[in-house]
Write a protein that binds this ligand. Structure first.
Ligand SMILES: Nc1ncnc2c1ncn2[C@@H]1O[C@H](COP(=O)(O)OP(=O)(O)OP(=O)(O)O)[C@@H](O)[C@H]1O
Length: 261
């Protein structure tokens, strides 16, 4: 692995009943980057996240994680072990406790190894409380600590969930379409949040919202039919005729990979 790489997927192939959803895919992440994984429906993007977090095992290929204590081959590790090593995954469906307050949700996330009720009954240390306060500020929910999480807007629920993940101190965060269903304002706030998160961590985002990708991506990986089609800046990707073809079924045009204006 190169010195600053935090994750390296090499020639990863995934088959579902003989159908190759991912074929010989390479994906290398540098520490602290915000990487967007794009591509048409069925390209294999979500499957790649599944491979990284251990939910799906590849038939061949290798996934190596540069942990704080050295390089670890995580290809065959169990999902919960990979999470413990520092790779967190957020799925599209929120997994917050709607009946508990925002603060309580964060408290639970912070003390994952205690039971939910033991966590709520136990008194928090000053440091823990400050930690939660800092997290609330980061996710923009500082004024909602005592609000029932079920009453938050869709966007706020997503941020809360991101905050809950951050309290588990992952080194890599894998997000599947985090801005789906958000308003434009919420989408922008999410982009800003992700940019703050990568000051300390590495983030991979599977995304269909090209406006969002254009606004916040530095490096984009395009997948098509389970393979790497193109990797580079959004500019490079947008100029690529093959990328335009797979999105639009024709030569470069407006719309999806169109103008940056
Ligand atoms: N558990 C599964 N069993 C069988 N086929 C699957 C399974 N998961 C994914 N696939 C297939 O693998 C291919 C890649 O799916 P994947 O969800 O990774 O694509 P994607 O790029 O994330 O697509 P989308 O953008 O639509 O979410 C698709 O053809 C899908 O139908």
């Amino acid at each position: 692995m190169s010195s600053s790489a935090i994750l390296s997927c090499e020639k990863v192939t995934v088959a579902f009943d003989g159908f190759k959803a991912v074929q010989g895919m390479d994906l290398k992440l540098e520490k602290g980057e915000l990487r967007f994984l794009i591509g048409p429906n069925g390209a294999g993007k979500t499957t790649m996240l599944d491979v990284i977090c251990g939910k799906v095992k590849p038939v061949s290929g290798k996934v190596a994680f540069e942990s704080r204590s050295g390089t670890i081959d995580i290809t065959r590790r169990k999902e919960h072990k990979i999470a413990e090593l520092g790779i967190g995954r957020k799925f599209q469906a929120p997994s917050i406790f709607a009946g508990l307050t925002v603060g309580e949700n964060l408290e639970i996330a912070m003390s994952q190894n205690r039971s939910v009720w033991a966590t709520l009954r136990a008194s928090m240390s000053k440091t823990e409380s400050e930690r939660i306060e800092a997290e609330l500020e980061l996710i923009g929910l500082q004024d909602h600590r005592a609000l029932r999480a079920g009453l938050l807007s869709h966007g706020q629920k997503q941020w809360l969930e991101i905050g809950m993940m951050l309290l588990q101190e992952p080194e890599i965060l894998l997000l599947d379409e985090p801005v789906a269903g958000m308003t434009d304002k919420e989408t922008d706030k999410t982009g800003e949040l992700l940019q703050q998160i990568v000051q300390k961590r590495t983030v991979v985002v599977v995304e269909h919202d090209m406006e969002f990708v254009r606004n916040f991506a530095s490096k984009v990986t395009v997948m098509h039919e389970g393979k790497l089609l193109k990797e580079g800046s959004m500019d490079d990707v947008q100029k690529d005729d093959r990328v335009a073809e797979v999105y639009l079924g024709k030569r470069r045009d407006s719309d999806v990979v169109g103008s940056t204006a």
